[in-house]
Structures are given as structure tokens and as C-alpha cells.
Design a protein around this ligand. Structure first.
Ligand code: SAM
Length: 234
């Protein structure tokens, strides 16, 4: 079923306007057709009631409560120096099932917090667009920029994709009963030795992905995807 973003609500009617309305026309949604609408953090099953050049009026049939698949993965992604790479990461880890992404500042990451803050709205838009396309229950949450030295191993399982190697591979992890996972991924230039040691001392388990050195975005995508799929209930 097609999914759209509503702009406002009046009583039992959700309204789509502006840019989003173009998607209604592009998908040739017909009067009476059912569709999913996202509004103020909730998802609704609706039916298109009236369509004009200015707006689409949709009657709410019911609220949809979709279960978020476990585990909840928080990706601490060191912000790539090539900032636009973060758009790709947001889109792809949304699809493969990360719950939250926290832009993380490390020695070799992009550093300028005001610029990162300006990009947050854009990353939220990318997350919303991925949410519509891949039909996840909620958009990927984007957390506040955080310094690597502030990270704590406070999830059920805490993993570090380490460019200095790791004792384990994802298949060695016992994911049974694990509800929350943190995953730290370095920027293009990797972690410094001190950063790797700091995170290991704090309890993050260093993980090695097979077989080569991956780009940061490939490592993030593969890391999240593997954890989700190795955790999938059989
Ligand atoms: N400059 C580093 C080097 O030559 O070792 C490579 C950094 S890599 C491009 C960027 C990040 O992706 C790393 O910090 C790590 O988090 C992750 N990564 C890449 N390949 C990996 C692998 N095979 N196993 C685990 N993590 C990996």
C-alpha cells in the first residue's frame, strides 16, 4: 500500500498539501483508494476522499500500530568528511533496519558542529523518504551530534567496527534475547589507536567484517544489516 506524509489534521481528516501532493498525482491515487498516512509520529490507514490541485483530503479509518523489529540498533556513525556520504548512510541503514543514528565526532571525522546541525533537517528528510519507501514502522531517529569520548557501552550488546581488527565476526555474536545494540563506525580515515583503545576499555567489542577494508558507509550498512538478519527469529 502506498504511504504518504500528511501536513495537517482536521478532526478525522488528514490533509496532504505542497510537495507531497505531487506524489499523490504521480502515483495516480484514486478517490476511495486506501493509503497509509504518517502524521505527528503516528501511522494511519486512510481512504482518499477528495482530491484538488491544492490538497488531498483523506478520512482516517484506523491508526496502524506496527511492531518495530528487534533489536533496536543505535548506529554511532562518525560523520564522514565527505558530508554528503551521510545522506547515503541515513537512507541505507533506514532500509536495513537501524533504529537510531547518532552523528558522532571523532578525531578524523567531520568536525564542525554548526554545519552538522544545519544538515540535521536534511537527514531527517532523507529518513522520512526512506521510511515511505521501505515501509518500516517508524522513521529512523536522528540523535544529537555526540563526541566519541562521551560514548558508553550501555546497550545489551555494544560493538565497535574496528579498523585495528577484532576478535569476533558478527556470526560469533550471541544475539539471543538481545534487545538493544550499539554499533560504532569510524569515518573515512578510521579511528585512531587511542580511540579504538578507549572504546575497547569501555566495553565495546571489536568486530571484524570479512574479508576486506570497507568504506565507512559500506561497513555501516553491512554491520546493521548483518545484525538484523542474524537476529531474525526463525
Ligand atoms: N583508514 C583505515 C585503514 O586503512 O585501516 C580504514 C578506515 S575504513 C575506510 C572506515 C571505517 O569503516 C573503520 O573505522 C571501521 O569502523 C569500518 N570498517 C571498514 N572495514 C572494516 C572491516 N573489515 N571490519 C570492521 N570495520 C571496518
Amino acid at each position: 500500500m502506498d504511504r504518504f506524509i500528511a501536513t495537517k489534521r482536521i478532526s478525522n481528516t488528514l490533509i496532504i498539501e505542497g510537495e507531497e501532493l505531487k506524489h499523490i498525482f504521480a502515483k495516480r491515487i484514486k478517490i476511495g483508494q486506501e493509503l497509509e498516512l504518517f502524521f505527528e509520529d503516528k501511522l494511519y490507514l486512510c481512504s482518499l476522499e477528495k482530491l484538488t490541485q491544492k490538497s488531498a483530503l483523506c478520512i482516517v479509518i484506523k491508526e496502524l500500530e506496527l511492531a518495530t523489529p528487534l533489536p533496536f540498533i543505535t548506529l554511532y556513525q562518525c560523520v564522514p568528511v565527505e558530508l554528503k556520504t551521510m545522506d547515503f548512510i541515513v537512507e541505507k541503514v533506514s532500509e536495513v533496519g537501524a533504529y537510531r543514528l547518532v552523528p558522532t565526532l571523532s578525531k578524523r571525522s567531520f568536525q564542525d558542529i554548526p554545519t552538522i546541525n544545519k544538515r540535521m533537517e536534511r537527514w531527517k528528510r532523507v529518513a522520512l523518504s526512506a521510511f515511505k519507501q521501505c515501509k518500516r514502522p517508524k522513521p529512523l531517529e536522528i540523535g544529537h551530534p555526540t563526541k566519541l569520548e562521551e560514548l558508553r557501552a550501555n546497550h545489551d550488546l555494544n560493538l565497535l567496527l574496528d579498523n585495528f581488527g577484532g576478535e569476533k565476526s558478527p556470526k560469533d555474536l550471541n544475539l539471543k534475547g538481545v534487545k538493544t545494540v550499539s554499533l560504532v563506525v569510524g569515518p573515512e580515515g578510521g579511528f585512531t589507536r587511542q580511540e579504538s583503545e578507549l572504546l575497547r576499555k569501555r566495553g565495546f567489542i571489536p568486530i571484524k567484517l570479512y574479508p576486506h577494508i570497507l568504506r565507512s558507509e559500506t561497513a555501516a550498512l553491512l554491520g546493521v544489516g548483518l545484525i538484523m538478519n542474524l537476529s531474525t527469529p526463525s
